[in-house]
Write a new protein. Structure first.
Length: 313
């Protein structure tokens, strides 16, 4: 499906060096922010206390947060949980306060503000549990990356596998760099968004790689640069429609999904924007620089004749 058709190939590869310099600078800045500022880990990873509170009416989060802010217990999150009259509060570890004492203090402030507030449950997430979640998340990211490399190497060729994983990890590091720079909370939903972005970006890389392979079969006299330019240009309409539609849905979640999905949607939005860029202009460029050729993707056909078998390019 195409809403518009580009009849002339856009010379993307003519500016390949400029695109990759931009990518390298952005990547290095993200690494610097991660090294100097670090991630602002949420309760899921740092440990803390989770309190479920029920009200006799729909939760007024503005009023609730005003009551919690007076306690000055540090950064916390308060969000809807299941129903409109139920809230889930995540409090960080407080020095000198046990989980029970912390929950009593929180509930005392909430009951003073609204007598209908009742505590449903309290759970304590220890630092060790948070550390395990962090390590398991990193392991999941590594396994997904290895799976992508193996899949692309088998379906296409090792150059595509290397280029795609470099481009996709480039997206992941940049998302983490944004979270480190602005000290946005890094939680389990954000980790889920990053894994989703990794799969989403590789889909775009596969589409472009497939078109490059097809062009090598059809455009026998074209140069590698021309083949790649045509592959990116011919998939541009599909890219705009697909990513544009997805981005609109993600932004709807960002604006109307509430605090629970705020950073989840933000991570997805950043990943989608950079995923378009990296799949088309980083992955394809790296494939070209790694020296891909028609012979790497198109096997020669054998045709029998009187003088013996002949190999046709």
């Amino acid at each position: 499906m195409e809403f518009f058709r580009i009849t002339r190939d856009i010379p993307f590869m003519r500016h390949a060096l400029a695109f990759n310099v931009i990518s390298l600078v952005t990547f290095l800045l993200a690494v610097v922010f991660l090294a100097t500022k670090g991630l602002n880990l949420g309760v899921d990873f740092r440990g803390g206390t989770v309190i479920e509170v029920n009200y006799g009416h729909a939760v007024d989060f503005t009023r609730m947060r005003a009551a919690l802010d007076k306690l000055e217990l540090g950064e916390y999150s308060a969000q809807a949980f299941g129903r409109s009259d139920t809230a889930l509060i995540r409090m960080p570890l407080a020095e000198g306060l046990s989980s029970a004492a912390l929950s009593e203090k929180v509930m005392g402030a909430l009951k003073a503000d609204d007598p209908t507030a009742t505590q449903q449950r309290v759970e304590f997430v220890g630092p060790q549990v948070g550390k395990e979640l962090y390590e398991n998340g990193a392991l999941a990211l590594l396994l997904v990356s290895l799976g992508i490399v193996g899949y692309l190497a088998l379906r296409f060729e090792w150059r595509f596998a290397v280029a795609a994983i470099v481009a996709n990890l480039h997206d992941i590091v940049i998302i983490l760099g944004f979270f480190a720079l602005f000290q946005w909370e890094f939680s389990l939903p954000v980790l889920a968004a990053i894994l989703a972005v990794l799969g989403y970006s590789v889909n775009e890389s596969v589409v472009i790689a497939d078109r490059i392979r097809e062009n090598f079969r059809k455009m026998r006299r074209a140069t590698v640069t021309h083949v790649i330019d045509n592959a990116i240009t011919s998939t541009l309409s599909r890219t705009i429609i697909t990513h544009g539609s997805t981005l609109m849905m993600v932004m709807s979640i960002y604006f109307f999904g509430g605090e629970t999905l705020h950073y989840f949607a933000l991570a997805l939005a950043i990943g989608i924007c950079f995923g378009i860029y990296s799949s088309a202009l980083v992955m394809a460029t790296l494939v070209m620089w790694l020296g891909v050729s028609r012979e790497d993707l198109v096997k020669p056909e054998k045709k029998g004749g009187a003088a013996g078998d002949k190999i046709l390019p």
